[in-house]
Ligand binder design. Structure first.
Ligand SMILES: Cc1cc2nc3c(=O)[nH]c(=O)nc-3n(C[C@H](O)[C@H](O)[C@H](O)COP(=O)(O)OP(=O)(O)OC[C@H]3O[C@@H](n4cnc5c(N)ncnc54)[C@H](O)[C@@H]3O)c2cc1C
Ligand SMILES: NC(=O)c1ccc[n+]([C@@H]2O[C@H](COP(=O)([O-])OP(=O)(O)OC[C@H]3O[C@@H](n4cnc5c(N)ncnc54)[C@H](O)[C@@H]3O)[C@@H](O)[C@H]2O)c1
Length: 514
């Protein structure tokens, strides 16, 4: 998120000029290569060969094809759990990320709903609401298989050739898939990332998000390491399914990079929802007990160690790393970053002009819609002779924890640094449903306004339906809505969303000089 802001918001005039000049050069370069290939120059098997059929790879490939390019994409054989040899068309989002995770969130939400319904007069006969974990996992697998098939069909209908196998770059214009070589005018690297495990004793006993989506049964007691998106989402899922969940993280508050007030409010709500939060804590080791359960040694804020025992699972949600090892990129002269990410320019092009990269592998913003945007940009640059820069301004995102969080634009801390003077509007309330349902959860909303221009530069929400609500407001923030314009909108009543257009009193003025 932070990277996104730095990448694109408010480019100074001289930078814009540089972008335009490079754009013109790129356009000339692309035209030259197109005519070289089409004419007497070297012949290629494909105009574009993509490695990885996840969000970015599928989007880039099928749009390049729709623009007239001859395109192939290679992808590892399907499996629910990824490895260096297993993957599947659809990629992380469809098979091991957004989709199965959201299905799990839906499944877990029913548990709360059954409870909440009692406040509204419903009585469930004893034993009426039982959950079949295996039934759910089966339904989820069926849906993922359907999606895998649907994505394959999408590629077929778009006339993109699918090659099953592990791709590797041989040189600037050659990709090898399981021994067979293909010559391509352009190569798109869209291999995504994989879970990063902490190097602590007993790490091999821990699961990651891949396995968490495929457990044979729901854990009754679980420790989740980390407090990023994945950690808090899975903590919420397991907890709603009735597990005792311990979230262990090294920061004082969860969700580093999010707005400070949001982080504080979210932590309070997570605790109210039943999570055991171990802040400012570091995992030391994991071991197997005689009874087969796991123990986790944790170093707490005061430096003292304590042990969490009888854990069914320890889940590491400690970030993801680009899946670039053994891909042949360094050998082909592609510049790589310290985390193994592919270094690209504003067009998602590497220092080797025929090689491009999009999505998690470039480690800008690890979100599906961002990978889609980047894939689309490369398709236009490569196949339409329209050099296209992805626009990272006001990228919204949501965390599907309990409660949900959604955000667009700057956090207060980022905005203060960028704009100096701010007007901050906040509200916190018990949503109407929870006044009767008995749920202790509250909602928090925040609008960050640049005091000088009165533009809304950030909006944040913690509470039910935050993602659905924020998508619409993201449009407004992206096009530069002012606070006055926001105030002129008539609310939808009764809804939580209406609070965003009815916050009239400044909660706080942040002044640089103060
Ligand atoms: C648990 C989880 C939940 C998530 N939830 C969300 C969410 O709710 N919203 C959201 O926006 N984002 C979410 N994300 C992030 C999102 O999934 C990624 O940002 C997105 O999938 C990135 O797309 P990509 O195309 O870069 O890579 P991927 O989707 O990972 O695709 C890369 C593909 O390349 C293949 N591949 C790798 N190496 C090779 C090779 N050598 N040869 C051939 N194929 C190869 C892989 O098998 C894979 O299919 C989540 C991620 C995780 C892990
Ligand atoms: N709803 C969504 O949009 C969604 C959901 C899941 C994942 N994602 C994407 O996937 C990416 C990866 O998710 P993630 O949650 O694994 O990563 P993350 O970067 O969001 O969080 C990683 C967590 O691991 C901790 N950590 C890292 N190294 C550590 C160490 N050495 N010791 C202790 N703790 C350590 C960090 O402090 C942090 O809490 C996210 O950045 C996000 O972009 C998005």
């Amino acid at each position: 998120m932070n990277v996104a802001m730095n990448l694109a918001q408010g480019l100074p005039r001289h930078c814009l000029k540089a972008v335009r000049t490079r754009s013109a050069r790129l356009q000339r370069g692309l035209c030259t290569r197109v005519s070289a290939s089409a004419g007497a120059g070297e012949q290629y098997d494909f105009d574009l060969f993509t490695i990885g059929a996840g969000s970015g790879g599928v989007r880039g490939s099928r749009f390049a094809s729709s623009y007239g390019a001859k395109v192939a994409v290679c992808e590892l054989p399907f499996d629910y759990i990824s490895s260096d040899t297993k993957g599947g068309v659809g990629g992380t989002c469809v098979l091991r990320g957004c989709v199965p995770k959201k299905l799990m969130v839906y499944a877990a939400e029913y548990a709360d709903d059954f409870k909440a319904s009692q406040g509204f007069g419903w009585t469930l006969p004893a034993g009426a609401a039982t959950h079949s974990w295996t039934g759910f996992i089966e339904a989820k697998r069926k849906e993922l298989q359907r999606l895998n098939g649907a994505y394959k069909n999408t590629l077929k209908n778009a006339k993109v050739e699918l090659v099953e196998g592990r791709g590797r770059v041989v040189d600037a214009h050659t990709v090898e898939v399981d021994g067979k070589r293909y010559r391509a005018k352009n190569i798109l690297i869209a291999v995504g990332g994989k879970p990063h495990k902490l190097d602590i004793p007993g790490a091999e006993l821990c699961i990651t998000s891949d396995e968490a989506l495929e457990l044979p049964e729901c854990p009754k007691k679980v420790a989740v390491l980390g407090s990023g998106y994945i950690a808090v989402e899975f903590a919420g899922i397991f907890s709603r399914f009735g597990a005792e969940v311990h979230t262990v993280y090294r920061q004082p508050l969860p969700l580093r990079g999010f707005d400070g007030e949001v982080r504080k409010f979210a932590a309070e709500q997570y605790a109210a929802a039943g999570l055991h939060l171990h802040h400012s804590s570091n995992p030391v080791s994991v071991s197997k007990q005689a009874n087969g359960k796991l123990s986790l040694v944790v170093k707490g804020p005061d430096g003292a160690t304590s042990t969490l025992t009888d854990l069914d699972q320890v889940m590491m949600a400690t970030g993801r790393v680009p899946k670039t090892s053994g891909l042949g990129l360094e050998e082909a002269g592609v510049k790589m970053g310290s985390k193994g990410q592919v270094v690209v320019d504003e067009y998602c092009r590497t220092n080797v002009p025929s090689i491009w990269a999009v999505g998690d592998v470039i480690d800008r913003i690890q979100l599906t819609p961002v990978a889609l945007m980047e894939g689309m940009a490369v398709a236009k640059s490569v196949a339409l002779n329209t050099p296209t820069v992805p626009d990272y301004t006001a990228v919204p995102s949501a965390v599907f924890s309990n409660p949900e969080i959604a955000t667009v634009g700057y956090s207060e801390e980022q905005a203060a640094e960028k704009f100096g003077d701010l007007d901050i509007y906040t509200t916190s309330f018990k949503p109407m449903r929870n006044t009767v349902s008995g749920s202790p959860l509250r909602t928090f909303m925040k609008v960050v306004v640049d005091a000088a221009s009165q533009k809304v530069v950030g909006m944040h929400m913690v509470g039910a339906e935050a993602a659905e609500i924020m998508q619409g407001f993201a449009v407004a923030v992206k096009v530069g809505v002012t606070k006055q314009q926001l105030d002129s909108v008539v609310g939808i009543h009764p809804s939580a969303a209406e609070e965003f257009v009815t916050m009239r009193t400044v909660s706080r003025q942040v002044r640089k000089s103060a």
